[in-house]
Design a protein around this ligand. Structure first.
Ligand code: SF4
Length: 871
């Protein structure tokens, strides 16, 4: 074991990174060696046991905790580890399998052992229901249990940690312009995300023409030594950029930045916390994910900071100095940020505050004054928006009351989604949170990002993750089922709140706040999520949809009209974006089908909005939910687990259907801005130009551009788009463009095949892909380097669909027409082609009403009452 391990250490050292944490088998072998240590190895073996086994409820942690518990109880004797030492080591394991033995050891007759157990528990936050066991011991007179409760009540776990210093000196690592999360955690490297140090090597791996550093190997390895050299100045390195963290909710992006800028967590292998990020603009989800990890994100003018500068940050005074001269002022987002850093992260702070509150309650003490309280905003007395009411209900407010923007709250999470490139990290975070069962009512895991072209590590995830999720009460999809959102939306309840580890978790009914995987794990485990309620921006559509104009064009009309009103700029320097961090609330299209509504809510991610609501009438929601009940019954019949969770959700949907009521915004609700879009004015498609989803222009502005490849797929599509595309391709052979087709779900694919549309795709020479994300994320198949592309996918960030590509975002209809013509058509060419679609709208734009498709309806019927079979 040691020989193999040392070889592994050497391989990783050659890459400049630490070895992987030990797995369960290695830990078992290590324990056998510790029982009988080879000469000269004792210290090394103990170091491995102490520092290289993951904590929480990892399988290796289970092995370590059982061994240490046996030693601590005296069941086995080991020369290298005394009973007190074993207890002390149990105390470094954060929570999970170590907690029960530590509580038992409070009764130990050996004072050294019992004292070590008490000291360990005082610092343990992940107690959850184990709190009651300590409380019971305290009530029964155990003095150490009492001391533990008193320590929690006094928040010693918090006050014993160092405060944020008055002055933080850092060396600037400046990345000019915008860094999106794809720069920090590139999609093609998604497979390595759970291995934080290895994944970090890909950070900024693509050459940036304006950056004062070069990747060590373009497209492969980022400026690692460059950052190491900056550290040699003797200070922490701060990540500094004009716009930082735009795009997906990637915890992995935060992990990479913190690996570069933070510090090791004692006893936790290959994880860091802390660090400083300074950004002219820091994308909200990235900001939150940094908070969760104990980093200090500050929005500040960075124009006076250059690469390699040594600067002093005065966090309490809101000032930054270079060589004693002030170069910028700032205000922290909230003073609570200082507590979050002190606690080692927002999640630690929330869990710890909860434990302190419980302990004080038990002791009959008033609320603790150890923490900074979030400031409540002034109540304007005005009405509430739809989002504010939904969150209000999830926080238990009286009906019709809402949460004012700026209020800190913890809404109940009714539905939580996880996909496969963030899933393994969420799994690791769940282990760190010692989670053995979900408190959120519905947690769903998909495999849409990696199913089509899996790497060995993905195959392992496909094999192992479903059981991890379903044994905790979640529902696991299967590889090949399709895109997360097209499924998750089918499990939703109206007017409820949720989250997901994918930035496109944007519920079309209810509201969701996508988050990094740490927060998603927290939401799944505890059933609530911390939220600083954002302001809202209202987008109100009016008028009639004009011939040939599609819903996708309305999606792109939102940035176009925001640009026209001066509320959004395309340029990065001094970027304006009214939507950033706010909730996009959309009205004026009440009769959209829910599948269509998702096209609008999904794209709120591209606006960098925190969430989205869409005002819909009851009829389309009732239609959708009736269909979804049948789909969920089919899932149970097909053996999807956890069936009990599905059955429970069916029951809740049916309860809503029995008395359908929807929340509505008040007429005098307040918005940060109102954007009116008159559909009568939109007479041609609107595209987003290379390579920025904000760069919206009319087709006429770009007509004639030669197209090399085209993609119809992603969560932005539904079955109607593929019918329209098949019709527009018209059976033409040898189209001049490489066309890619990927339906969002296997149900869509089956229906499209049944209806004969795959014949049209085949005739055109299109490459048809497995249902799932396909080209959209760019972590698997990609278009040719340098190609000009039109795509229905969500975003066109540089290098996402393929290296050095130029990507236009457009409707499926425009994409199909451009594929046939080999260029972006003129408005006239486009409208002429669209005649064939406009003449058969009812036939083309039909959606998946499973209750009306005989094979699904029959299965549902055959299942009878799902709840009776899955009580
Ligand atoms: S289709 Fe694209 S945007 Fe949608 S979930 Fe997959 S990768 Fe994300």
């Amino acid at each position: 074991m040691l020989k193999a391990y040392r070889e592994h250490v050497a391989e990783r050292a050659a890459l400049g990174i630490p070895p992987l944490a030990l797995n369960a088998k290695q830990t078992e072998e290590l324990i056998e060696l510790i029982k009988n240590p080879p000469a000269g190895e004792a210290e090394f073996l103990m170091d491995l046991l102490t520092h290289r086994v993951p904590p929480g409820v990892d399988n290796a942690a289970k092995v370590k905790a059982s061994f240490l518990a046996a030693v601590a109880h005296g069941d086995i004797q080991v020369a290298l580890i005394s009973r007190a030492k074993a207890t002390e080591l149990l105390g470094t394991m954060v929570g999970g399998y170590n907690v029960h033995p530590l509580i038992e050891l409070l009764d130990d007759k050996d004072d050294a052992v019992a004292d070590a157990a008490a000291s360990a528990l005082k610092k343990t936050l992940l107690m959850f229901d184990f709190f009651n066991d300590v409380a019971a011991k305290a009530k029964a007179g155990n003095a150490r249990a009492k001391a533990v409760i008193q320590s929690w009540a006094d928040a010693e776990w918090f006050t014993s940690r160092p405060k944020v210093p008055e002055k933080i000196t850092v060396t600037v690592f400046k990345v000019p312009g915008e860094t999106n999360t794809d720069d920090l955690s590139p999609a093609p490297d998604a497979w390595s995300r759970p291995d934080i140090p290895l994944h970090y090597l890909a950070m900024l791996k693509n050459t940036r023409p304006d950056a004062p550093f070069k990747p060590e190997e373009d497209g492969k390895r980022g400026p690692i030594q460059f950052i190491e050299d900056l550290k040699k100045k003797g200070h922490v390195v701060a990540y500094v950029g004009d716009v930082v963290g735009t795009g997906s909710s990637r915890k992995s992006a935060t992990n990479s930045v913190i690996w570069a800028t933070g510090q090791d967590i004692p006893f936790v292998p290959n994880k860091r916390f802390g660090g400083v990020t300074l950004g002219g603009k820091i994308a909200p989800i990235f900001f939150n994910t940094q908070e969760d990890s104990g980093s200090l994100p500050i929005e500040v003018d960075v124009s006076q900071m250059d690469m390699g500068d040594v600067i002093d940050i005065y966090p309490y005074e809101g000032r930054i100095e270079k060589a004693g001269q002030k170069i910028a002022d700032f205000a922290l987002k909230s003073e609570v940020l200082l507590d979050e850093v002190q606690a080692g992260g927002r999640i630690n702070l929330i869990i710890g505050r909860g434990l302190t509150a419980k302990a004080r309650d038990f002791l009959g003490l008033p609320a603790s004054s150890a923490f900074r309280l979030p400031k409540a905003p002034v109540d304007t007395g005005k009405g509430f928006t739809l989002a504010q009411k939904m969150v209000g209900r999830a926080c238990g407010l009286p009906e019709g009351k809402g949460i004012r923007p700026g209020t800190y709250c913890e809404p109940r999470m009714t539905t939580v989604g996880s996909q496969d490139t963030t899933g393994p990290m969420t799994r690791d975070e769940l282990k760190d949170l010692a989670c053995l069962g979900f408190s959120a009512d519905m947690v769903m895991q998909s495999f849409c990002h990696t199913a089509a072209y899996p790497k060995p590590v993905d195959v392992k995830t496909h094999r192992e993750l479903p059981a991890f999720i379903s044994t905790r009460g979640g529902v696991a999809l299967r590889p090949g089922d399709g895109v997360i959102h097209s499924w998750l939306n089918r499990l939703l309840l109206p007017d409820t709140v949720g989250t997901g580890g994918d930035s496109h978790t944007r519920f079309p009914i209810g509201i969701s706040f996508p988050a990094g995987s740490g927060l998603v794990a927290f939401a799944a485990a505890t059933g609530v999520m911390p939220l600083d309620m954002p302001e809202s921006v209202l987008v109100r559509f009016k008028g009639e949809l004009q011939p040939g104009v599609t819903l996708r064009d309305l999606v792109h009309a939102i940035p176009l009209y925001a640009i026209k009103q001066g509320l959004l700029t395309v340029a990065k320097a001094g970027k304006k974006n009214i939507f950033s961090g706010r909730i996009l609330e959309i009205e004026g299209l009440p009769n959209l089908k829910v599948e269509q509504a998702f096209e609008l809510s999904d794209a709120s991610a591209e606006r960098s909005a925190a969430g989205c609501t869409i005002k819909l009438d009851k009829a389309p929601i009732i239609e959708y939910l009736q269909s979804n009940v049948v789909l969920m019954k089919n899932m149970i019949a097909d053996g999807y687990q956890d069936a009990k969770t599905l059955a429970r959700r069916i029951e809740k949907v049916e309860q809503w259907l029995a008395n359908p009521q929807l929340l509505e915004a008040d007429a005098d609700a307040e918005y940060a801005a109102v954007i009116e879009i008159d559909m009568n004015e939109i007479k041609e498609p609107i595209v987003c130009c290379p390579n920025d989803p904000d760069d919206a222009k009319t087709l006429s502005d770009v007509a004639g551009t030669k197209i090399d490849e085209a993609f119809i797929g992603s969560c932005m599509t539904n079955i109607g788009h593929f019918r329209a595309a098949a019709k527009l391709l018209g059976g033409q052979r040898d189209i001049p463009v490489q066309l890619w087709i990927a339906p969002p779900t296997k149900m869509d694919q089956n229906e499209l095949i049944k209806e004969g549309h795959y014949a049209a795709f085949g005739a055109s020479g299109a490459r048809t892909e497995m249902p799932g994300c396909s080209l959209c994320m760019g972590n698997q198949a990609q278009v040719r380097a340098g190609a000009t592309v039109i795509s229905t996918s969500t975003r066109n960030f540089p290098n996402r669909l393929g290296k050095n590509t130029n990507v236009f975002l457009g409707s499926a209809e425009l994409t199909a027409i451009a594929s046939r013509l080999g260029k972006l058509p003129t408005r006239e060419e486009y409208l002429k082609e669209m005649g064939i679609v406009d003449s058969d709208k009812a036939g083309i734009y039909r959606y998946m009403n499973f209750d009306q498709i005989p094979e699904y309806a029959e299965v549902a019927e055959g299942l009878g009452n799902a709840l009776e079979q899955h009580p």
